[in-house]
Write a protein that binds this ligand. Structure first.
Ligand SMILES: Cc1cc2nc3c(=O)[nH]c(=O)nc-3n(C[C@H](O)[C@H](O)[C@H](O)COP(=O)(O)O)c2cc1C
Length: 389
């Protein structure tokens, strides 16, 4: 266990067995479920961990506490990867009080229907309320929908630490080789929190008023250097801003002709000096990575086949992933293919009907089975258009 500050200890666990995080995201480097202990006159534990690590977590707690019983378990998030061991905790430490808000305890009753915790062991806090541990004063900042309704952050005024629940988290365990934070944090953000940009903006405004020296998220590393870098990224992501100049090309292809068009476009963009082209085969590569790239860059090209008078299923899934996360402020180019009645471009365009501030390139590359000279010229024109603005 690590010291975060003189009084704060890390008591989280690493999961290398998990196949899919939240039932859908691959985690090749595993996953960390973070938990912390604040040692003071009164002792507070910040969240629990995933169900299968209950014993390992309790053991760490006991070591840190040195025989003392903790006074509080602060529940920032009721999602089971953080809340599953609340009952284990409450039974192991029968004098400890659980701290949450009204929504926390409503969910608590749902997740633990057979656990009758007396009201005297529940402390229901309001937004902005403080809790003194002795030297440490904790303030609870509600962060609804970042990314569940009951989520709250906790600010330790004494050590200037923000416990940020799932925000500022990333995929990856903490005992693997060190990797760049941003790639897996971005994939995590757009996969899991991306839909709630406005709510993230709201809580970032609250955080702006605080002097923060350390961010302790529930996944990924503790952040204690260069905090403006992380805060700026979260501001860009949650305001649907462009993080990097470049083009994301996402395609599907059955027989290879649409793929050929996508790769020709990639070459044309690189030849024109495009700073970055991220190209993805949606059927074969990690869809969450493609979603991350679509939000990262300012421009997106979608290339797919007409499929039963609709579009190829992986492309449909991908566009749904974007629109349900509030995809906006982007330029989109379209490439379609069809053997008897190509209509993929129209279908794809229609799927963005409710999206804000989307502009479409004038050139639509429409292929009938295999690429013609005219298609090659259209691809060159599309590359010019994507480079122009
Ligand atoms: C199951 C299936 C359904 C298809 N449905 C349509 C269709 O509704 N309209 C059409 O024009 N082409 C349709 N096609 C043909 C493909 O869109 C077409 O062959 C396209 O050129 C394939 O591009 P690719 O070489 O990139 O795979 C269908 C193909 C398959 C395999």
């Amino acid at each position: 266990m690590t010291n975060i500050t003189a009084d704060i200890r890390y008591v989280g666990v690493n999961d290398h067995e998990l196949d899919l995080f939240e039932g859908q995201y691959i985690v090749p480097e595993g996953m960390a479920y973070n938990s912390y202990v604040i040692l003071d006159e009164k002792t507070a534990v910040m969240d629990s961990v995933e169900v299968k690590f209950g014993e390992a977590w309790l053991q760490q707690l006991r070591e840190v506490l040195g025989g003392k019983s903790p006074d509080y378990l602060i529940i920032q998030h009721m999602e089971p990867d953080h809340s599953a061991n609340i009952r284990t905790f409450a039974e192991a430490f029968p004098d400890a009080v659980l701290v949450g808000n009204a929504k926390t305890f409503a969910m608590f009753g749902q997740f633990f229907p057979h656990f009758d915790l007396p009201d005297s062991r529940k402390k229901i806090v309001k937004d902005g309320e403080t809790l003194s541990l002795g030297r440490h004063e904790l303030r609870f900042l509600f962060a609804p929908m970042v990314h569940w309704p009951e989520v709250m952050f906790t600010y330790d005024k004494t050590d200037k630490v923000l416990f940020s629940a799932d925000a500022f988290g990333k995929f990856g365990a903490l005992d693997t080789a060190e990797e760049d934070w941003v790639c897996e944090a971005r994939r995590y953000y757009f996969g899991i929190v991306g839909k709630y940009g406005m709510q993230v903006q709201n809580v970032l405004k609250k955080a702006k008023a605080l002097d923060i020296q350390t961010i302790c998220p529930l996944h990924g590393p503790v952040l204690n250097e260069n905090l403006p870098y992380y805060l700026d990224l979260y501001n860009t992501w949650s305001s649907y801003g462009v993080e990097s100049e470049g083009v994301c090309i996402a395609y599907t292809s059955v027989y290879g002709h649409t793929k050929e068009a996508a790769e020709l476009l990639e070459k044309a963009l690189i030849a024109s000096g495009c700073p970055k082209v991220a190209i993805t085969d949606l059927a074969r590569e990690d869809m969450a990575e493609a979603v991350e790239d679509a939000f990262r860059y300012g421009k997106l090209v979608l290339a797919t086949t007409t499929y039963n008078a609709d579009i190829f299923p992986f492309m449909k899934h991908f566009i749904d992933d974007l629109t349900e996360r509030g995809y906006q402020n982007r330029k989109i180019g379209l490439i379609e293919n069809g053997t008897w009645a190509p209509m993929a471009a129209k279908v794809m365009k229609g799927m963005f009907e409710k999206s804000k501030n989307i502009t479409f390139a004038e050139t639509v590359v429409s292929i009938k089975s295999a690429l013609t000279q005219q298609n090659r010229e259209q691809i060159a024109a599309l590359a010019d258009e994507m480079m122009a603005s």
